[in-house]
Design a protein around this ligand. Structure first.
Ligand code: CP
Length: 336
């Protein structure tokens, strides 16, 4: 199939709350759309698919990548993004999330939100009549997952099929770990969470990965044995301090993770793969979960990964803005 034809002409769901709500063909549609639009824009193409459309960006937490990538994506597609930072609107002390959702859903064409608790993104989706995109909750980080899969496809190990590719997530079972388990197994890959038992991926997410593996091939396991690193094509890590709104003290998390789970040159060597790639969702706590030598070294694709947040957000706002097919037709005809 070419880069212009989608399996699904319109989204099957109004909202993008979790990659687990979508099947493989739907996720591949979003990834394909994102990559085709990226290639067109990189060659100097212009798009106006979201002309006069607005995206409300509602943040309960700080953000660099998610905020900037959605704002730039909307601007590049002819639309507009409103940055509703913590404390900037009535939400919280004077207005509920449900009432905020009703108002924003009538004024804006889409909402993207980063929330402290997953229940809040579900409430936004329930009460807003427009599409809602999850910009990270305590449970999952689905827009990160789309950008990460794009990066994995961009750096695909030569000659391998999906069922031969192994992704090892090292360290804390963050919401990013949950999403990476879900999306890599949905693509038929082998997923390993390598981390201490008191921070292991939950049975719920491991089961979701194993259900995907039964459907698409691959596997999903947790291990604290460094032997599980062997044969990895991708090593992924995230910070060790836990949720932003209730960060674990440094002395506690260092005792749990350091030095065994630090991604350093020795850990990369333990994969036995000279072409192994390193991923990090960022921000990184340098020389805690990853050394400078790895993050800035030849195996790192973390900066491509950060750029692919923008690649993914363009695809997501086009897809959930219901202009994916029209945009791909326009590009296919050569655009203007
Ligand atoms: N990876 C990520 O979501 O980065 P921000 O917190 O800066 O958005």
């Amino acid at each position: 199939m070419d880069g212009y034809t989608l399996t699904h002409k319109t989204p099957t769901k109004k909202d993008f709350l979790d990659t687990a709500d979508f099947d493989q063909s739907e996720m591949l549609d979003i990834i394909k759309l994102s990559r085709t639009v990226r290639d067109y824009i990189k060659k100097g193409g212009y798009l106006n698919s979201l002309y006069h459309k607005s995206l409300a960006m509602l943040f309960e937490q700080k953000s660099t990548r998610t905020r900037v990538s959605f704002e730039v994506a909307m601007e590049q597609l002819g639309g507009h993004a409103l940055n509703l930072a913590p404390g900037a609107i009535q939400l919280g002390k004077h207005e509920t999330i449900e009432d905020t959702a009703q108002v924003l859903g009538r004024m804006c064409d889409m909402i993207m939100s980063r929330v402290d608790r997953h229940e809040s993104i579900e409430a936004l989706a329930k009460y807003a009549k427009c599409p809602v995109i999850n910009g990270m909750s305590d449970r999952v980080h689905p827009t990160q997952g789309v950008g990460d899969m794009i990066t994995i496809f961009d750096h695909w190990p030569a000659g391998k099929e999906s069922n031969d590719v192994k992704v090892v997530f090292v360290g804390d079972a963050t919401q990013v770990c949950n999403t990476i388990c879900e999306i890599t197994t949905k693509m038929g890959m082998h997923f390993v969470h390598y981390g201490p038992e008191n921070h292991k991926i939950s049975d719920e997410w491991l089961r979701k990965g194993q259900e995907n593996a039964r459907k698409y091939g691959g596997s999903a396991i947790w291990s604290d044995d460094p032997a599980c690193l062997f044969g990895a094509d991708f090593i992924y890590t995230d910070v060790w301090y836990g949720l932003y709104d209730k960060e674990t003290p440094k002395e506690v998390y260092m005792a749990d993770f350091y030095p065994k789970y630090q991604v350093n040159d020795e850990l990369l060597n333990a994969t036995g793969n000279p072409n192994v790639k390193f991923l990090h969702c960022l921000p990184a706590n340098r020389n805690e979960e990853v050394t400078d030598s790895v993050l800035d070294g030849p195996h790192s694709v973390a900066w491509d990964e950060a750029e692919n947040r923008l690649t993914a957000q363009r695809g997501l706002v086009l897809y959930f803005g219901n202009v994916a097919e029209a945009t791909l037709d326009y590009i296919k005809k050569g655009g203007k």
